[in-house]
Design a protein around this ligand. Structure first.
Ligand SMILES: Cc1ncc(COP(=O)(O)O)c(C=O)c1O
Ligand SMILES: N[C@@H](CCOP(=O)(O)O)C(=O)O
Length: 432
């Protein structure tokens, strides 16, 4: 499999090159030269395949010859060694719980896969790789956890000061070793823009081998397809009709991975991209015009993105054809008051506690189903305990902290405060 740059001004590369470099030299995101269709043999076996078998078959098509089969099988098995339950909430709506990994959010799958790929590609190399990552909350913790102790790799996490939840902040600032956190006086979009600029800076790239652990990087983004496969396999044990899938969306990597899975043949009836007040994509769906905007802060903070990186990948899948896009995907915006009311209503009726991101998706999915009929599931992308200030106030009780997360509260935050200024970050990187 070869990858091309979406800016179309850089040479094609294989999976290894795209994973090690992150972004193409012309600033474009890498994209696979075709979306591989899974074979009839795969679909015949699909209902009874194990997670590991599905994971290997799906990722093999994208990794190609860059990693030998036995190594790829190990990487996949280590990536997905936790549960992905599909829990029925009410008559027409289930929740795909993606928070059973080590950092309690869906990012663990991509981060664990990418860290192991880089570990494999870096074996025997003399120079270190610096992984730069911008986070609005969950990517940072997952990348810190996934890359902790990986030889030859230093991770630098940029996060917007005061705009992530307390557990998110502890997850990304307390690892030590090869993980460092830069607390940026700015927004997630500022952090993402600085990271992208770093890949383009000749001087910086002469001194450091840089890559990205955001969904920019295909090794972080593409494994996110896997849980769509796991969920749809479970879905067809209960239902005969393909599901409507609702994805709480910010940088649009997750839903874009789901669309890739659907293009490979996974049965999905419709996707709903649920956004918070950062509604540049819902506006595109309503008008056909896309115009990025300054992010506004919401209670679903990890989706506070004003210029989503992966929107260009969605356009690419559909050749930027508005009608084809809107046939398969809808997009809506849900405000904070409605998000809180949804958490409260669902908890008091069903006892199920949604996190603010899942609540945005629940509301968007239930509205879609009320208007169009059908059955579906939302992606519950983070554990509600990551957002206690919002959720506990709304439901009026405490959410117990999972055993595995208690250790975080004994740790001390360590971060370097820095202005949202590329030159300041460059100077800091070169001083290390
Ligand atoms: C909990 C949670 N939900 C939803 C999202 C949005 O996902 P994406 O940026 O892939 O659209 C994020 C950010 O990644 C997140 O952390
Ligand atoms: N919501 C994300 C933002 C970064 O998204 P990514 O998928 O491009 O890494 C976060 O939690 O940091």
């Amino acid at each position: 499999m070869q990858y091309y740059s979406l800016n179309k001004k850089a040479p094609n590369v294989d999976f290894a090159y795209a994973a090690v470099h992150g972004q193409a030299p012309d600033k474009g995101l890498y994209f696979p030269e075709f979306v591989p269709k899974l074979s009839q043999e795969f679909w015949d076996a699909f209902p009874t395949m194990s997670k590991e078998e599905i994971g290997f078959a799906v990722m093999k098509n994208f990794v190609g010859e860059s990693i030998p089969n036995n190594e790829l099988k190990r990487i996949v098995a280590e990536t997905i060694n936790f549960d992905f339950p599909l829990v029925k909430i009410d008559e027409n709506i289930s929740s795909l719980e993606l928070f059973h990994g080590p950092t309690l959010a869906f990012k663990d799958v991509g981060a664990r896969f990418m860290s192991r790929c880089l570990g494999y590609f870096n074996k025997g190399k003399k120079e270190n790789t610096t992984v730069l990552v911008a986070t609005s909350g969950d990517t940072g913790g997952a990348v810190a956890n996934g890359f902790l102790g990986v030889e030859g790799v230093n991770v630098v996490i940029l996060y917007p000061s005061g705009k992530v939840s307390p557990i998110q902040e502890l997850q990304l600032t307390t690892c030590g070793q090869n993980i460092t956190a830069l607390e940026v006086n700015g927004s997630f979009d500022d952090c993402q823009a600085i990271v992208k600029q770093a890949f383009m800076d000749e001087d910086l790239n002469k001194h450091l081998t840089l890559t990205s652990a955001n969904s920019i990087n295909v090794a972080r983004w593409l494994p996110q397809q896997l849980y769509y496969f796991f969920a749809v396999q479970k879905w067809f044990k209960k239902y005969n009709e393909a599901p409507i899938i609702c994805v709480p969306s910010g940088n649009f990597g997750n839903i874009c991975a789901g669309i890739m899975a659907q293009q490979a043949g996974l049965p999905v009836k419709h996707f709903v991209a649920a956004c918070n007040a950062n509604d540049e994509v819902p506006k595109y769906f309503a008008t056909g015009n896309y115009s990025p905007q300054m992010a506004v802060a919401t209670i679903s903070n990890a989706m506070d993105v004003g210029d989503p990186s992966n929107f260009v990948r969605i356009l690419e899948i559909f050749n930027a054809d508005y009608n084809s896009i809107t046939e398969i995907i809808s997009s809506v915006s849900v405000d904070d008051e409605t998000t809180k009311a949804t958490i409260k209503e669902v908890e008091s009726r069903t006892n199920y506690v949604l996190d603010p991101h899942g609540a945005v998706a629940y509301k968007a999915l239930s509205d879609y189903i009320n208007a169009n009929g059908g059955n579906g599931f939302l992606l519950e992308t983070a554990h509600p305990v990551k957002f206690p200030n919002v959720v506990e106030e709304v439901i009026g009780r405490q959410i117990p902290i999972p055993e595995d997360a208690k250790y975080l509260f004994e740790k001390k935050k360590e971060s370097t405060v820095i202005n949202a200024d590329f030159d300041a970050v460059k100077k800091w990187l070169l001083s290390k």
